[in-house]
Design a protein around this ligand. Structure first.
Ligand code: ATP
Length: 238
């Protein structure tokens, strides 16, 4: 059974149709990329999957359980982590406190929290060095690391990332992508929304291309990377 199974999902903002009949799946152990131009519906897709935006119709199953109408805070409790676009760390709080707040589901289990914090710091040594620094004073790349680390504090089975490379230097981008692979290797499946199609296709196992709210193409990442339509529209024609 797929870890995430999305069938015929429709979502809109008033009269504007943002998603039409989107179907996709993520298997355990996979990294699946969602590609698409500005306004294609990628963010709306993630927000609808996580319960931040209400689906008009269609179905979302997490590990066989229907979460289509489950509110966002309950979805997190079911093992679905979400790193939204724009990072949104708690700027006025220290790095370490941001992580503690991320682990609120296990707040009574201090041993589990301490262990996960340790794992996050091992994944992101840079955060460990800055654990007492206010999150708002971190660089953009470090804030992205913190946003991911915070989501990992709930030990999700499944993690959705919205444009983790947005605004980052090439060096930070490579670093973040390397860490996404490590997260997958540690047993968390990943759904990755990216505008950086070239690198996303290198990292992902499979990918879906969204165009005006519909799945236009899908397949193994290597096949999509070689597809002339993908090359022309998303890989700068090379
Ligand atoms: P980007 O990469 O720019 O974030 P995206 O692929 O994530 O783009 P969405 O943000 O999901 O695309 O937008 C999909 C469509 O829904 C667009 O036509 C957009 O204008 C519209 N839309 C998004 N948010 C709203 C909103 N709050 N109110 C009305 N329309 C919206």
């Amino acid at each position: 059974m797929a870890l995430l199974e999305v069938t015929d999902l429709d979502a809109s903002y008033g009269a504007i149709e943002a998603l039409s009949g989107v179907s996709l799946r993520v298997e355990p152990g996979e990294i699946v990329a969602i590609l698409g131009a500005n306004g294609a519906g990628k963010t709306t897709l993630l927000r609808t999957l996580t319960g931040l935006h209400r689906a008009k119709s269609g179905k979302v199953l997490l590990d066989g359980q229907d979460i289509t109408r489950t509110p966002a805070h309950d979805v997190v409790g079911m093992g679905f982590g979400h790193v939204p676009e724009g990072r949104r760390v708690f700027a006025a709080l220290e790095v370490d406190t941001n992580l503690t707040m991320g682990g609120y589901l296990s707040r009574k289990d201090t041993a589990a929290l301490a262990q996960r914090r340790q794992q996050v710091y091992e994944l992101f040594p840079r955060l460990a060095e800055r654990r007492d620094q206010l999150a708002g004073t971190l660089s953009g790349g470090e804030q992205q690391m913190l946003a991911i680390g915070r989501a990992l504090m709930n030990a999700p089975r499944f993690l959705a990332l919205d444009e983790p490379s947005l605004g980052l230097s090439p060096l930070f981008t490579r670093n973040i992508f390397k860490i996404v692979r490590q997260i997958r290797d540690q047993g968390t499946a990943v759904l990755l929304v990216e505008q950086n199609a070239r690198q996303a296709l290198r990292l992902a196992d499979r990918a879906y291309v969204l165009e005006t709210g519909r799945v236009a193409l899908e397949g193994p990442a290597a096949e999509l990377a070689a597809d002339p339509r993908v090359k022309a529209a998303y890989l700068g024609g090379s």
